[in-house]
Design a protein around this ligand. Structure first.
Ligand code: ITT
Length: 193
C-alpha cells in the first residue's frame, strides 16, 4: 500500500521539488488537500523550532503523519543572515524578488561571497517526531542568473558547479540541494518502517 504523508507547506515550489524527490514511493498530500488554509506563524529562532511548529500544529488538528521543511539561506559575511528570516528578509513574506534585491544590496562591497542553504525537516510519524537535515554550500553571485526554481536560486551558485540553482533542471538541483539531501534521509527512514 502506498504511504500517504502530509507536507505542511504553503510553498508550491517546495511541493514540486518534494513530489519529484519521492517519485511514486509515497503520496504527498498538501495543506490544500486537507482544506487547511490558515497561516502557521513561524515564531521560532531556529529552522528546527520552526519546522516543529508547523508539524505540531497540523498533527494536533488532524492526527495525521506529516512533515514540514524549514529552510533558508545563511551568508557568512552577514553573520548567517537572512537565516530564519529568508522568506521575509525584505519585509513581505514570500516576495522573492525583493528578498534577492535586499541581499545583493547588503553584499555590494563584500568580497567574501560564501553562503549555504540549510533545511531541517520535522517528521511526525506514528506520534513521534524525527528530524533530518541537509546543507549545500556555495557562493552568492553579484547578479541574478536563470529562471527555474524559486527564492534565492538565481543568485546561489553551489560549490563545484558553474551555474546557479536557477539554471539547473529540478532533477539536478534535487541531487545536491539542502532539501534534496534532507528528503533522501526522510525517504530512507520511511522505507525502513
Ligand atoms: P512554508 O513555510 O509554507 O513551507 P516558506 O517559503 O515560507 O514556505 P520557509 O519558511 O522554510 O518556507 O522559508 C524558506 C525561504 O528560504 C524561502 O521562502 C526562500 O526564500 C528560501 N529558500 C529555501 N529553500 C530554498 C531553495 O531551495 N531555493 C531558493 N530559496 C530557498
Amino acid at each position: 500500500m502506498i504511504k500517504e504523508l502530509v507536507f505542511v507547506t504553503n510553498n508550491a515550489h517546495k511541493v514540486e521539488e518534494v513530489a519529484h524527490a519521492v517519485g511514486n514511493r509515497f503520496k504527498i498530500l498538501s495543506l490544500k488537500d486537507l482544506g487547511f488554509e490558515k497561516e502557521i506563524e513561524e515564531t521560532g529562532t531556529t529552522f528546527k523550532e520552526n519546522a516543529s511548529i508547523k508539524t505540531q500544529r497540523i498533527y494536533q488538528q488532524y492526527n495525521l503523519d506529516c512533515f514540514a521543511d524549514d529552510s533558508g539561506l545563511e551568508i557568512a559575511a552577514l553573520n548567517g543572515d537572512p537565516g530564519v528570516f529568508s522568506a521575509r528578509y525584505a519585509g513581505e513574506h514570500g516576495n522573492h524578488q525583493a528578498n534577492i534585491e535586499c541581499v545583493l544590496e547588503q553584499m555590494e562591497d563584500i568580497t567574501d561571497r560564501k553562503a549555504q542553504f540549510k533545511t531541517v525537516i520535522s517528521l511526525i510519524w506514528k506520534g513521534r517526531e524525527h528530524w533530518f537535515e541537509g546543507v549545500v554550500t556555495g557562493t552568492i553571485r553579484t547578479e541574478i542568473s536563470g529562471n527555474s526554481g524559486f527564492g534565492y536560486d538565481p543568485i546561489f551558485q553551489p560549490d563545484g558547479y558553474p551555474v546557479t540553482f536557477a539554471e539547473m533542471p529540478l532533477s539536478e538541483k534535487n541531487k545536491i540541494s539542502h532539501r534534496g539531501k534532507a528528503m533522501a534521509q526522510l525517504i530512507t527512514f520511511l522505507q525502513q518502517q
